[in-house]
Ligand binder design. Structure first.
Ligand code: PEP
Length: 250
């Protein structure tokens, strides 16, 4: 019912040449995949070239951020229409690194989500608790707040079209993955909390897991009923490992 989505977040990695070399290999290695949606999110400076290389392929591209205003005196920012113009169909919003280092809040996540939707982009909205919050047993409270504030005020149709990524902060780039049971528990909770906001959308919305997803743990994670895909950082940087994520054994 929910088509899996395997997404790669390249963060601040790769020149145009390096990016093109990976997507050329990826295009070949996953050209036969039809049962999983595939997305890569390169840097802003490589989007245009990557999009040209991927035209006609089964790989979508997304940006890693955007600004909610449409244009004007906002030095260094990129508007939703510009992201769309570069060939993107998705955009990551509220990644924990942006929350941690660049002052992203649930309020800015909400503004960006609405602006992305208005421009015809699919937002991949990231939520997740820190290690301290998990140890203090407030994981559910944190996720609920991030969802209720970050995704407030959408239409039913928009609510079903967004993608949510559960990324426990303690598992990002650390090699520590949430166990399939731990991840499923939060995914089920997130779906329930989203259902209190948008009844119909909650069964349609895709909830990805992110946090040290790799070729070894991907299949067990994907077996969980409320995990609809993955958002990978490190394992998406090479065509070989990302292909293994996309072609996880079912
Ligand atoms: C991420 O960047 O969203 C991420 C989950 O990174 P990693 O897979 O490297 O933990």
């Amino acid at each position: 019912m929910r088509k899996p989505l395997m997404a790669g977040n390249w963060k601040m990695n790769k020149t145009v040449e390096e990016a093109i070399s990976v997507v050329k290999a990826l295009k070949r290695s996953i050209s036969d995949v039809t049962d999983v949606d595939v997305l890569i999110c390169p840097t802003f400076t490589t989007l245009y070239a990557v999009n040209n290389e991927l035209k006609g392929s089964n790989i979508d591209i997304g940006a890693q951020n955007l600004f909610w205003e449409t244009k004007g005196a906002f030095t260094g920012e990129i508007s939703p229409a510009m992201v769309k113009d570069a060939g993107c169909s998705y955009v990551l919003i509220g990644h924990s690194e942006r929350r941690q280092y660049f002052g992203e809040t649930d309020e800015t996540v909400n503004k960006k989500t609405k602006a992305a939707l208005a421009a015809g982009l699919i937002p991949v909205v990231c939520v997740g608790e820190t290690l301290k919050e998990r140890e203090e047993n407030v994981t559910f409270k944190v996720i609920e707040k991030q969802l209720k504030e970050g995704l407030a005020g959408l239409t039913a149709e928009q609510a079903a079209s967004v993608v949510i990524a559960y990324e426990p902060v303690w598992a990002i780039g650390t090699g520590k993955t949430a166990s399939p049971d731990q991840a499923q528990e939060v995914h089920a909770f997130a779906r329930k909390a989203y259902g209190e906001m948008y009844v119909d959308a909650s069964q349609k919305v895709r909830i990805l897991y992110g946090g040290s997803v790799n070729p070894t743990n991907v299949s067990e994670l994907m077996k969980q009923p409320d995990i609809d895909g993955g958002l990978a950082g490190g394992a998406s940087l090479q065509a070989e490992s990302f292909t293994k994520l996309v072609k996880y054994s079912k």
